[in-house]
Design a protein around this ligand. Structure first.
Ligand code: PLP
Length: 358
C-alpha cells in the first residue's frame, strides 16, 4: 500500500507530547531534582542490580516496594500500587474510570496529561476553571459534582504549573459531594509536606498519586505509585500492563526508598531556595511570581514583555525554563524549577538582564 487508513478518530485532536527538552547549562524546565542520587546510594544500587536476573520476568506488582511504601504510610500492601512513572497510573485511571459515555472533571490550568488521557479514551471532559489566583473554585466544583454524572476528577496538589496546594477541606468536600473517584496528584508533596493521606480512612472514593521522579531524583528511572483503597486499586490492576515496572527500576527504587531520609536535606534546600527565587522574581519590575508550595515557580510577565521572547533569550543564555505563554489561562507565563543555589542565581541574573533590555 502507498497509503494507510486513518488512525482512531480521537487522535486527530492530539499532539504528541513534546517537553521541548533542549540541552542547556541550566536545566530548570521539567521540575526534576537538580542533584542526582548521592554517590553512596548509587554504589548500593549497582550492587543490587548485579543480583537482578535479566532473563526472568520481574515481580509484576513489585511487592517488596509495595510493602515498604505501605509501611511508611500506615497502610497494607493491597492499598499500594506501583506504576511505570506516575504517568502510567494517570493513563490507567482514564482506562479504568473513563471511556465512551464517561466523564472526567478537570480543573485547568493544570497538568496537560490528564486532558490528553481523557481524549485518548473517548472520555467526555468537563472543565471547572481555577480562579484568577489559580485556587480551586470550590462552589462551582461542588455544584458540578452534585449533578452526579462525573466519573472521576483529578486534583493536583501542589498544582502543576501554578504551584498552589489544595487544602484537605476542599478535597474532603469533593469526596462527600459525589461518589466520583477523586485522584489527588501529590507528585510534589515532598516539597509541600502536606498530604491528604488521612482522608483515605473515611473515603472509599479517594486515590493518591505519588512519584519518585521529583524529590527522589529518579525521573530517568520511571517509578510512581498509588495509595488507595484495595477495591479501587483492584480496578487499576485490571488495566495496567502486567510487567510495566521492570526489575532494574524496582531494584533502584527499593534502595532509594530505603535511603529516603538522605534526600531530606536537599528537599529543605529547595524549599529555602524557593523563597529566595520568589522574592527575587517579585522584586523585578514587570514580573510577578505566583506563590508556590512545590519545587518550581510560575511567573507572569507584564504586557510590554513577550514571554516567548524571554524564553528564547534565556535559552540563548544557557538557561532552559518552561514556556506556558501560549497555554490557555497561562498567557505570558513561564515556569522555572528550583535548582541549586548556583543555577537559581544564574537564572535570575540572566532574567534581570533580559527583562531590563526589553
Ligand atoms: C511529574 C508529574 C507526575 C508524574 O511524573 P512521572 O515522572 O511520570 O512519575 C504526575 N503529575 C504531575 C502533576 C507531575 O508534574
Amino acid at each position: 500500500m502507498r497509503s494507510v487508513r486513518a488512525s482512531a478518530p480521537q487522535l486527530a485532536a492530539i499532539e504528541p507530547y513534546d517537553p521541548k527538552y533542549i540541552p542547556a547549562d541550566v536545566m530548570i524546565s521539567a521540575n526534576e531534582n537538580s542533584l542526582d542520587v548521592p554517590f553512596e546510594i548509587r554504589r548500593e544500587i549497582e550492587h543490587e542490580i548485579r543480583k537482578v536476573p535479566f532473563n526472568r520476568y520481574p515481580d509484576p506488582l513489585a511487592n517488596d516496594l509495595r510493602d515498604m511504601i505501605a509501611e511508611a504510610n500506615g497502610l497494607d500492601r493491597d492499598q499500594v500500587l506501583m506504576g511505570n512513572g506516575g504517568d502510567e497510573l494517570l493513563f490507567d485511571l482514564a482506562l479504568a474510570w473513563g471511556g465512551p459515555g464517561r466523564t472526567f472533571l478537570n480543573f485547568p490550568p493544570t497538568f496537560s496529561v490528564y486532558r490528553n488521557n481523557a481524549q485518548l479514551t473517548n472520555t467526555a471532559i468537563v472543565d471547572v476553571a481555577r480562579k484568577e489566583d489559580f485556587s480551586l473554585d470550590e462552589e462551582a466544583i461542588l455544584a458540578r459534582l452534585a449533578q452526579g454524572d462525573i466519573d472521576y476528577a483529578i486534583v493536583t496538589s501542589p498544582n502543576n504549573p501554578t504551584g498552589g496546594l489544595a487544602t484537605g477541606n476542599i478535597v474532603r468536600a469533593m469526596l462527600e459531594a459525589s461518589d466520583a473517584l477523586i485522584m489527588v496528584d501529590e507528585a510534589y508533596f515532598e516539597f509541600s509536606r502536606y498530604t491528604v493521606r488521612p482522608l483515605l480512612e473515611e473515603h472509599d472514593n479517594l486515590v493518591i498519586l505519588r512519584t519518585f521522579s521529583k524529590a527522589f531524583s529518579l525521573a530517568g528511572v520511571r517509578m510512581g505509585y498509588l495509595l488507595g483503597n484495595s477495591a479501587v486499586l483492584n480496578e487499576f490492576k485490571k488495566v495496567r500492563q502486567p510487567y510495566s515496572v521492570d526489575a532494574v527500576s524496582q531494584a533502584i527504587a527499593r534502595i532509594v526508598y530505603a535511603n529516603r531520609a538522605q534526600f531530606e536535606k536537599g528537599i529543605d534546600a529547595i524549599i529555602e531556595q524557593r523563597e529566595v527565587v520568589f522574592d527575587a522574581l517579585n522584586s523585578l519590575e514587570g514580573v510577578s511570581a505566583f506563590p508556590s508550595d512545590s519545587n518550581y515557580i510560575l511567573f507572569k510577565l507584564d504586557e510590554r514583555i513577550d514571554a516567548g521572547k524571554v524564553w528564547a533569550d534565556l535559552l540563548e543564555a544557557g538557561v532552559l525554563v518552561r514556556d506556558f505563554s501560549r497555554s490557555a489561562g497561562l498567557e505570558n507565563c513561564l515556569r522555572a524549577s528550583i535548582g541549586t543555589p548556583e543555577e537559581n542565581e544564574r537564572f535570575l541574573q540572566e532574567l534581570v538582564r533580559i527583562v531590563n533590555m526589553t
